[in-house]
Design a protein around this ligand. Structure first.
Ligand SMILES: [Zn+2]
Length: 123
């Protein structure tokens, strides 16, 4: 609004100036989850790992999220295993190209850890 004496009284936004838009928040670090099937039994520190839910003793999916390792059973029971470290996951990892999954659910389905193969063992 312009006053009769020529002053512009349009409200000004002093906290924003052209060319000084606030920096967009940085993209969050991509959470890389490494999932490695482990068909055999696991005995970290000499103790055989068994599934608390279905008593399975082998055929695991090792899921590494940053330095934390989770064990997932075919019955979909999953827990954090403090006795397993990133070295075990690295040792279990097979050479060859890695496969990328769009989501955890897709990965569980693709690797047969979505519950469909509960109580099923290969080999
Ligand atoms: Zn289980």
């Amino acid at each position: 609004m312009i006053t009769p004496d020529g002053h512009d009284q349009t409200p000004r936004f002093t906290h924003f100036r052209f060319g000084q838009a606030p920096e967009p928040a940085p993209e969050p670090e991509l959470n890389v989850v490494l999932a490695v099937p482990h068909p055999g039994p696991l005995t970290p520190r000499g103790t055989l790992i068994t599934c608390p839910s279905c008593a399975a003793e082998r055929d695991w999916l090792l899921i590494q999220v940053a330095p934390i390792v989770f064990v997932r059973c075919r019955c979909t029971y999953e827990w954090q295993e403090p006795d397993l470290g990133t070295e075990e996951v690295a040792d279990t990892r097979q050479p060859g190209p890695d496969r990328e999954w769009a989501s955890m659910e897709e990965m569980y389905r693709g690797l047969g850890f979505d519950g469909l193969l509960a109580y099923t063992y290969f080999g």
